[in-house]
Design a protein around this ligand. Structure first.
Ligand SMILES: NC(=O)c1ccc[n+]([C@@H]2O[C@H](COP(=O)([O-])OP(=O)(O)OC[C@H]3O[C@@H](n4cnc5c(N)ncnc54)[C@H](O)[C@@H]3O)[C@@H](O)[C@H]2O)c1
Length: 322
């Protein structure tokens, strides 16, 4: 197999590229570097700089590298920005996917893996979110991921492409410091940012109907997530691969924001108490994956715990921010 990894210079994509090349498969990365970093890529990984919206470049790349499967991660991912600029999210996330799927069908490629998100579910009032929990995204980002899944399945059926959609829960950590997330959009780097600026971490809402009153989430180590991609890619590589599969990628264990902040204090040595502020609109009290389908279908389960996520993320933070 030769895999095209779009968004492969990004935080998750670079981990996936490393896992797939580490397993002996050939990889080519397509990335417009809007948020990607070339230094994350190994010297043995060719980088095509350009957009998933560029049909000519896609056709050329698929042919020149004799691509046989695609892992599509390239997308914008900021919920707040998606509410302020919904057209950008629909144009790039859904439009980029449509352009890519046309090129894939045209090239006769029969394997496609799509990077989806727990954001497709919105805020369901359930203990564990299964893949059958109704999808009701609450922001344009989540909508583009749900529309993306529909498009992937429809194109798969129309063109005989075996497809897999992975719905990631809350991704954290780094397999190596140089691969770490450099953005401040998720809770772990947000707390690091506060501590680095000599400020107390903030907790948004401590009056939720959860054991300690703060929101509960399912955190997944990015190295485990990369291994889930490898497992999904292997399943797609089977000679008889067909149909579509949509799976949650999480640990199936809830961790509250307060527990996470306490753990970050232990790891960083900065144990100043958090300040509690008002709830943020749209935050669900609890979002935890049912992780059984991934175990059954992919033979994959997460191996790394939350402390390992925080420790590795902190090493990455110190490399990039000090
Ligand atoms: N980080 C998370 O917690 C999380 C959770 C669920 C889903 N996801 C999804 O995972 C994927 C990767 O996220 P990430 O955290 O690595 O983000 P990231 O911003 O680090 O990576 C995205 C990569 O895609 C590239 N890119 C963006 N638009 C492009 C385009 N039109 N053409 C070519 N390249 C383009 C960027 O330069 C970047 O390298 C995204 O699809 C995101 O929606 C992320």
């Amino acid at each position: 197999m030769t895999w095209l990894i779009t968004g492969g210079a990004g935080y998750i994509g670079a981990h996936v590229a490393r896992a797939v090349t580490g397993a002996g498969e050939r990889v080519v990365v397509l990335d417009d570097l809007s948020s990607g970093v070339t230094a994350r890529l190994g010297a043995d990984v060719p980088l095509v700089r350009g957009s998933a919206l560029d049909a000519d470049l896609l056709g050329k790349t698929l042919a020149e590298h004799a691509v046989t499967g695609v892992v599509h991660l390239a997308a914008h991912k900021q919920v707040g920005e998606s509410m302020a600029r919904p057209t950008r999210y629909y144009r790039d996330n859904v439009g980029g996917l449509a352009t890519l799927l046309e090129a894939v069908a045209e090239a006769g490629i029969r394997r496609f893996l799509f990077s989806s998100s727990a954001a497709v579910y919105g805020n369901p009032d359930v203990d564990l979110i299964t893949e059958d929990t109704p999808c009701a995204p609450v922001n344009p980002y989540g909508e583009t991921k749900l529309a993306g899944e529909w498009l992937v399945r429809a194109a798969g059926q129309a063109h005989g492409i075996a497809t897999t959609c992975l719905r990631y829960f809350n991704v954290a950590g780094a397999a190596a410091p140089e691969l770490a997330d450099t953005g401040i959009f998720n809770v772990v780097p947000m707390v690091f940012d506060r501590l680095t600026r000599d400020e107390a971490p903030r907790i948004f809402g401590a009056d939720y109907p959860t054991p300690d009153g703060t929101c509960v989430r399912d955190y997944i180590h990015v190295a485990d997530l990369a291994e889930a991609h490898l497992a999904a890619a292997r399943r797609l590589s089977a000679p008889d691969a067909a149909g579509d599969l949509t799976v949650n990628i999480g640990r199936g264990e809830g961790v509250s924001v307060r527990e996470l902040v306490t753990l970050i204090g232990e790891v960083t040595g900065d144990t100043r108490p958090a300040v509690v502020e008002g709830r943020r609109p749209g935050d669900a009290p609890r979002a935890v994956a049912a992780a059984g389908l991934a175990a059954r279908e992919l033979g994959w389960t997460a191996r790394r715990g939350v402390r390992e996520m925080v420790e590795s993320a902190w090493q990455g933070w110190r490399l990039h921010r000090s």
